[in-house]
Write a new protein. Structure first.
Length: 238
């Protein structure tokens, strides 16, 4: 069973095309949409779909990271795909990533970076960010783009609950998978990653955070990882 986890917040301009691109795949069993208090017609657009696979959930109202965590808790699939509200999946995305999950626990696909009209700005996000696995290199600079992630349920055994003060959920998931599981980067663009200036995440752009904030993020991630390793070790020893 495949669960797609999508968080939404004022996503009306693009969410219809994103949902349509996801629902193309007959392999998708459920699409969980958690809305975090949209003031536009996002909820109405989601409810307009006549597809029993879509399940609309009220988000916690405390931001993107908490919203994704709440979705991961309720997702029922053995395979879990993360989704933003404003991208477009290519028709073969689910099939290719599912095949990659036969030999990995978490996979990240490449994507093309596009503008609002889906004109290509960068043909490969991997090339733009020099994306490849490696715990240290991804702690220094995150290449785990959430909307390109799919994983086996067992990753959640190590990743949940999320630690406090995470800079972004995808960064944590990637580092946890690097630490406890098998990861794979699929060197094939399988979706269009839309950048429009109003994105909740800013992964494709240079961070506006101060150096002090960036150092704090990385130290916090490292401490959280060490704490999670010790917690897992204690469980195994008990």
């Amino acid at each position: 069973m495949i669960s797609v986890c999508m968080t939404t917040y004022n996503g009306a301009p693009y969410i219809r095309s994103q949902l349509e691109s996801i629902l193309v795949s007959p392999l998708v069993s459920e699409v969980l949409v958690s809305d975090d208090g949209s003031s536009d017609c996002t909820v109405e657009i989601v409810n307009s779909f006549d597809d029993e696979r879509i399940r609309l959930i009220q988000g916690p109202g405390t931001g993107l990271i908490d919203n994704f965590e709440s979705l991961l808790v309720v997702a029922s699939g053995e395979y879990i795909f993360l989704s933003d509200q404003d991208d477009v999946w290519l028709p073969n995305k689910v099939e290719v990533m599912l095949a990659s999950l036969r030999d990995a626990d978490l996979v990240v696909c490449d994507c093309s970076v596009v503008d609002t009209q889906l004109n290509v700005l960068h043909s490969s996000f991997f090339a733009l960010r020099d994306s490849r696995p490696g715990l240290v290199r991804n702690l220094i600079r995150n290449r785990y783009l959430g909307c390109c992630i799919a994983m086996r349920r067992q990753v959640l055994r190590y990743a949940l609950p999320f630690p406090r003060h995470l800079p972004m959920h995808d960064w944590w998931l990637g580092l946890v998978a690097e630490t406890f599981c098998r990861v794979s980067f699929v060197d094939q663009p399988l979706m269009m990653y839309r950048r429009h200036g109003g994105n909740v995440s800013s992964t494709a752009e240079r961070s506006c955070a101060t150096w002090a904030t960036r150092i704090f993020w990385r130290l916090n991630l490292l401490i959280a990882l060490i704490s999670r390793v010790l917690k897992v070790k204690n469980k195994l020893d008990s």
